[in-house]
Design a protein around this ligand. Structure first.
Ligand SMILES: O=C(O)CCC(=O)C(=O)O
Length: 271
């Protein structure tokens, strides 16, 4: 494992940049064949979850619910979000996706993600906190409003500062297909106030007065790139207005031995 740490660990310059800016981008970490495998796996996840529908939706077997007008279904402990819009039948987010698809479970143990994560958590032994698959389909893929992740998790984890994320791009990410974006340096402010505008989930969106939108960085990068980002950084993304999908998985690590967010099971890395 020492060798993989030398191969994949973050350099001193990358670590300094992460501390200063709250994120680090590494391009072309996964090759074209690996991205193909991820894209096929994403398609399997969607087909599998949609195959439970009989024209009336997953609610025929599992209860669904609406938050701020958007449809969610809990398939046991796996939350399935549907795309926004009245007749959107495509999936938006599946969490935790590693419990649905083995390719994504294996990805959690990949040294190219874990070695840097050992430095960022920091911990010599890692566990999984959660893993999301975001589909962002062409034309219908909705944006993600500015938010921090830490406030979502504060009631479920006593160590939200030790829950860094890595986003793995399965497609080229551009402004037109809704690339990831962050507010540079915003992680330094800790948990910021949420919105209070009547939406059910308003409190999870960071109040616009609490950060400087001019400090945003649009992260355009090729498929196979990864973005490590701090649990306190304000982040989001735009809509997918293009004819190309923008699929990505976001994996959140923690020190080993702690329960995962959704199932409560412990999923240590490399065991
Ligand atoms: O997929 C994206 O563009 C952003 C996702 C995000 O912010 C999240 O899942 O918390």
């Amino acid at each position: 494992m020492k060798g993989s740490s030398i191969l994949y660990g973050l350099t001193a310059a990358e670590l300094r940049s992460y501390t200063e800016h709250g994120f680090v981008v590494r391009q072309n970490v996964f090759d074209g064949h690996e991205c193909d495998v991820f894209r096929s796996a994403a398609q399997r996840v969607e087909l599998k979850l949609l195959s439970d529908t009989d024209g009336t939706g997953l609610s025929s077997r599992y209860p669904d619910y609406c938050l701020d007008g958007n449809r969610f279904v809990d398939v046991q402990h796996v939350t399935v979000q549907f795309e926004h819009g009245d007749d959107a039948r495509q999936l938006r987010v599946v969490e935790p996706v590693n419990d649905v698809e083995p390719v994504f479970d294996q990805l959690i143990d990949d040294a190219r993600l874990c070695e840097p994560m050992k430095q960022l958590v920091p911990s010599d032994r890692l566990g999984l906190w959660t893993a999301k698959l975001n589909f962002k389909h062409s034309r219908v893929g909705s944006g993600f409003g500015w938010h921090q992740d830490a406030p979502y998790w504060i009631h479920d984890s006593a160590h939200v500062d030790k829950l860094p994320n890595v986003m793995v791009m399965f497609d080229d990410a551009t402004c037109s297909n809704g690339c990831f974006r962050v507010i540079d340096g915003s992680h330094k402010a800790g948990c910021l106030p949420g919105c209070d505008d009547g939406r059910q989930l308003a409190g999870f969106y960071t109040h616009p007065d609490a950060f400087d939108e001019d400090a945003q960085v649009l992260i355009e990068c090729p498929a196979g790139s990864v973005v490590f980002f701090d649990p306190h950084i304000v982040h989001g993304s735009g809509v997918n207005a293009s004819g190309l999908p923008r699929r990505a998985m976001i994996i959140t690590y923690q020190p080993s031995g702690f329960a995962t967010l959704k199932s409560g099971a412990i999923r240590n890395v490399g065991e």
